[in-house]
Structure formats: C-alpha cells, structure tokens
Write a protein that binds this ligand. Structure first.
Ligand code: 5CA
Length: 453
C-alpha cells in the first residue's frame, strides 16, 4: 500500500476523552472512530488488525476440530424465553421491536440459538462430539462503556459451543479450548494467564478467564509469579489426546492463580513470599462448562447407544476479539506509539523515502516495495511529499515492526537502513539483504499462510 493513496487519518493532538494508552493510540493512529457511547467504526488500519486476529483464531479453532458457522445478530426473544434468560439477562440486553410488534434482541452471546440449531438437526450420539463457533458482533448495553473498544457496547467476539454425550467428554472439550486459546494468544504476542473465575449470567461452576497483565486491567488478580514463566512455545498438541490436554490445563492452572472473586487467601498465603504477586489484568477470553443447563431447558437430547434420550453436555467459550487489540497495545507500546507483535501487524514493514522526488530514491523504494510484495508481504510505503521527521513519527505511531529508510546518501554506498521498531536498533545493509531478512522473520512467525474460506 502506498500511503499517498491510503486512508490513514492520524491525529496530531492527544484526544482528551481517552483515559488509557491503548484508546489514545488507537484514536491517534486512525484505527477507530467513536460513533456513539461504546460504538465504533473500524477505519482501515484498525480493520486490518481485526482481520489478522480473526485469521489466527480461525486457524487455531479449525486445528482443534471446531467448525465455523455464522448466526444472526438479531434474535427472536421467544428463543431466549425458553431458557429463561430473556427475563434474567437484565438491562445489558438490548431489546428491539420490529414493525409487527415482535420482540427481538441484539445478541449478547448465543447459547440459545446454537442449542436451537443443534436440537433441530442432531438426534444421535454418533454425531458427537461437535463444536460450532462463530466470530460475530455482540451487543451488551454496558452501564459504563470505557477504555475505547476494551469495554464497548458493540464488540466483536469469537463464541464457540461444544456438544458432548458425557460430562467427561465435555470436560475434554473444555481442556481442548483452553489449549487452543493459549496457542491463539501466544501467536498474537500475548501472555494470557488462565484463572479460575465466576460464571455470571452464562452459568455453570467450571470456568476460567484468560487475563493479560496490564496496569489498566479492570480485574485485580493474585497469582504465583511462576505462572508468568510458562510459555506454550512450539508444542504440537494432539487435540484428541485427552490426557495431553488435561496435563496442559494442570500445568497452566495449578499455580493458585485467582481472580479477586474466587481468590483463596489461604492457598495464596502458602506460597513463598517472593512468589506472591498481585496485579491487574485484562480479560481477553473465558471458557465455561455448564452441563445440561441449556440442553434440558430447550430439549437438546440425543439417543445413546442403548436408545435412551440424554440431554447433551455443553460449554461455551469466548474470545474478546476487538478487546484484544486494546490489550495488545496496552502490553506493547512506548512513548512514540504502538509496537505491533509480528503475528498481528497490519503491514509487515514500512518504507520511508527520505527524499520524495529524487529519482534514484524513488526507484529504490519501488524496487523494495515490489520485492516484498512478490514474497507475499505487505509493505506500507510512505511516498508522501513530507518531511522525514513527520514520516518517522507516523511510522512510530502506527507501530510496524520493521522500517526501511531509503535516501540518496545511503544509496550512494549501496545501502538502506533497516530499523526494528521494538529495539530501535538500525543497520545499514544492501536492499536485497534487507528484504531477505524481513522475509526470514515473517517465515518464522508463519504469517500469511492461512486464508479463512
Ligand atoms: N457465552 C460466553 C462464551 S462465548 C460469553 O459470552 N463469555 S463472556 O461473557 O466472558 O465474553 C467473552 C469475552 O468477550 C470476554 O472474555 C471479553 O474478552 C469479551 N467482552 C465481554 N464484554 C465485552 C465488552 N463490553 N467489550 C469488549 N469485549 C467484551
């Protein structure tokens, strides 16, 4: 993409209404625009990051054997009356009437609808296990929307639902989700710690939240410092292997990590003093097992091998896709702007032409642009007639992991400058070496090899 023909409405001023750094930077980098309290348009740069996160989520969900679907945003109130949640959900549910005076609602989650799909089409245990998921907009009429897209009213969520014959099978689905979520967050450059939590309006008593530690987090958490040493790395997980999935749950959750609601002071006190930590966390996902709560209420039964009808065991699993962008920025920025992890960056590399109009510099920039594009990478070429200082400031603000700086002086010596956004380290190398290096980095993070379709 050439910046002269892109739409990147960066702001010079720091917006006064934004209380947290991720909100400020998203506004300044022209990623989002507020349209009403807690409701945002996604401008090109923000929309691109959203799509990157979606692709990672789809890829990891499909690897775990889960099947993508899409359910409508507006749902009939009658379906929600069957589970009792039309009345129970309270003021967070946005209720709507159509022209025939029928009650509809804007989906805050989708347990009822997916259970309806299941009961209409599945009647035998032979069709189990089954996990369906979607990535879809949700609405919750939050009393206090804040921190930009981190606590919005309209927000983007991956929501998945498992159907299993037995509790044991459903707990395996729970563990499988936990493992796939750990992989997903790690690919986004995040460490998200699973902690036992409260289930709220979803129900059930088996639930974990995934928390990214950050000063601006809304939950206070107490944890064993050892949990932050755990990384998932390149482990190859067989998702059908129940024991393997269980052992990962045990490894990542055995260390008394607690949210404030379920914090057990006695267990925490047993830890050595230097391992007792408290911090704030941003909740970027939550998984639930709630047994037969919805299947019994709504008649989702299957015949087992002896022909008796059993209510299916279910759970649901959510990732806050739009919130994650805020969490990633909270965890990765400096005073000059965002620092995107390589796995989610909107463009792979920036190209700054120090002297627009100089024939040689322009040719070199075009050549770099083409070589990177041919390799399947997306460069953002700042080809505007602007001062170098302004170009650098924009590149730092929007946070691309790598920047190529091209100018007549370097070109005389056959080099361009390659700068790493995170470390600030620059090196002068021949253009083809720079392309090779960038390509090598992105091959290692496996970006762009998956297209959800
Ligand atoms: N039905 C279950 C799983 S699909 C469910 O709704 N879970 S949830 O309530 O925990 O939501 C899933 C994730 O959505 C949360 O972990 C959080 O990351 C995100 N989320 C929830 N509310 C908001 C909000 N108001 N703004 C942005 N993200 C939100």
């Amino acid at each position: 993409m050439r910046l002269s023909s892109y739409f990147l409405p960066v702001l010079k001023e720091t917006p006064a209404e934004a209380q947290v750094v991720s909100h400020r930077l998203m506004l300044r980098a022209g990623m989002i625009k507020q349209q009403a309290a807690g409701i945002y348009s996604w401008l090109p740069l923000g929309f691109k990051v959203l799509r990157k996160l979606e692709n990672i989520i789809h890829e990891e969900q499909i690897k775990a054997g889960h099947i993508p679907i899409q359910m409508p945003i507006l749902q009939s109130a009658d379906l929600w009356r069957e589970s009792g949640r039309y009345d129970d959900y309270g003021q967070e549910m946005l209720r709507i009437k159509d022209r025939q005076d029928r009650d509809l609602l804007y989906t805050p989650t989708a347990e009822e609808m997916v259970t309806d799909i299941f009961r209409s089409h599945v009647s035998s245990y032979k069709d189990l296990p089954l996990t369906l998921y979607q990535i879809q907009w949700k609405f919750r009429d939050e009393i206090r929307p804040r921190f930009g897209i981190m606590r919005g009213r309209e927000f983007y969520m991956k929501d998945g639902y498992n159907f299993d014959l037995t509790k044991e099978d459903a707990l395996h689905s729970y563990n499988r989700h936990l493992v796939s979520y750990l992989k997903t967050y790690e690919r986004m450059g995040l460490q998200a710690i699973p902690m036992r939590a409260d289930s709220g309006p979803i129900g059930g008593d088996n639930t974990h939240e995934f928390l990214v530690l950050a000063e601006t987090g809304e939950s206070e958490v107490f944890y064993d410092s050892k949990v932050t040493d755990l990384t998932f790395g390149d482990r190859d997980i067989d998702y059908n292997d129940k024991a393997a999935c269980q052992s990962i749950l045990d490894e990542f959750t055995s260390l008394y990590a607690r949210t404030d609601e379920t914090h057990d002071p006695k267990l925490f006190a047993q830890l050595p003093n230097d391992r007792q930590k408290s911090a704030r966390g941003i909740e970027v996902g939550q998984i639930f097992y709630f047994g037969t709560k919805y299947s019994e209420a709504m008649g989702a039964y299957v015949a087992d091998d002896e022909g008796s009808k059993m209510p299916v065991h279910m759970g649901s699993h959510g990732i806050g896709v739009s919130r994650l962008i805020g969490a990633i920025i909270e965890a990765s920025h400096d005073e000059n702007g965002i620092i995107w992890p390589e796995g989610v960056t909107p463009f792979h590399c920036g190209i700054v032409n120090l002297k627009q109009g100089d024939e040689e510099a322009e040719e070199a920039c075009e050549a770099l642009y083409n070589s990177l594009s041919v390799l399947g990478l997306e460069p953002l070429y700042d080809d505007r007639n602007e001062r170098a200082g302004g170009k650098f400031a924009t590149m730092d603000l929007i946070g691309l992991p790598w920047r190529l700086t091209v100018g007549p002086r370097g070109l005389k010596n056959g080099v361009v400058e390659l700068t790493n956004r995170k470390t600030g380290v620059s090196e002068e190398i021949p253009p083809e070496k720079a392309v090779e290096k960038i390509a090598h980095v992105y091959r290692a993070v496996k970006v762009g090899d998956f297209l959800f379709n």
